[in-house]
Write a protein that binds this ligand. Sequence first.
Ligand SMILES: NC(=O)c1ccc[n+]([C@@H]2O[C@H](COP(=O)([O-])OP(=O)(O)OC[C@H]3O[C@@H](n4cnc5c(N)ncnc54)[C@H](O)[C@@H]3O)[C@@H](O)[C@H]2O)c1
Ligand SMILES: [Zn+2]
Length: 367
Amino acid sequence: MEKIRVNLKKTEDRSYEILIGEDILKKIPLDLKNEKNIYHCLIISDSNVASLYGDVLLKQCTNSGLNSHLISFPAGEIHKNRDTKSRIEDEMSKLKIGRDSCVIALGGGVVGDVAGFVAATYNRGIPYIQAPTTLVASVDSSIGGKTGVDTLYGKNLIGAFYQPWRVYIDVNTLKTLHEKEIREGLAEVIKYGVIKDEKLFEYLERNIDHIFSFNADALIHIIKRGCEIKGQVVELDEKESNLRKILNFGHTIGHAIEYISDYKISHGEAISMGMVTEVKIALELGFWKLDECERLVSLFKRTGLPTKLPDSLDLSRMIDTMKLDKKARGGKIEMVLPRKIGEMVEVDGSYGIKIEEGLIRRILDLD
Ligand SMILES: NC(=O)c1ccc[n+]([C@@H]2O[C@H](COP(=O)([O-])OP(=O)(O)OC[C@H]3O[C@@H](n4cnc5c(N)ncnc54)[C@H](O)[C@@H]3O)[C@@H](O)[C@H]2O)c1
Ligand SMILES: [Zn+2]
């Protein structure tokens, strides 16, 4: 037998900048020309965002001398699939998009995930920009390089880790969002406060009304902290071997709620209930103090997010779903739990804590 080894030590620098401000989308064309040597740009967006911001950006790109196109697909999670991806790819081939091109993912998390995945595989990878236009995308999906699509068998089952060239967060685009979409994003920002930053949590307690009135300074502040926290965590553990798991706070229970409600309960609502329930588990295990638990519940209530599980929830289905979760290990349910606002529990160097099924049943039953 002959044995040959192919050595592939990664030395490539995949660092990138996140720019946050008002009216910054218009910077994209010149930055692409001056810093990236790009001649073609392809804006990928959904049907809502294309008409709100896509056409304007397309004009700006074209006026700057870039050969530019806009491809949009129907809005909604249901279109985050392989079909949409291949249709975009075929259009790109027709437009002769090549290696000297850059994709601009302009939209919410759905657009970011699909367009990022397209960029990851088209011509074996071309550069892309994340230009998030929802709060969820600004503080969560545009950072970390997870891209992908859903299949009939589940969400985000096919995808790739692929980092953008740069992220442009234009807070002015958030002004056309419905209040519900702001709440969705705030659920993740509150999560960041609990897992890493008590000051951010306090800021939210003081400024929640300013955020709902689209005060640019307040939005920039929470987005900046959200990006810093997610960015630091991802930097230290890109492939989720330990630290990155803390981003899943509230998500073990949250994902199960979302799934068994047939996605009628939104992600933000589900993880809010999930965070409160997981804190109750932390409390039961002696990790967390009661007064702070009430602080968390009160902030969720002011944000308009639910804190109590629906009565109709089937306990056994909840447990079964959690056991099948990607995060479960050998059929054991794993969670990350906070010690207090701003700090997560680490047991023997690991953030993922295996939780006894009986305890979860008891807490879910009490709710
Ligand atoms: N890759 C990751 O790490 C990651 C992290 C979190 C979430 N996600 C994914 O993100 C998706 C959810 O993202 P989302 O909440 O942004 O949903 P979304 O992309 O579906 O956007 C929500 C709705 O808002 C509309 N919209 C977007 N921007 C708008 C604007 N500025 N004004 C008016 N309407 C606007 C969209 O057309 C859509 O109808 C899910 O698919 C989820 O799996 C990915
Ligand atoms: Zn989430």
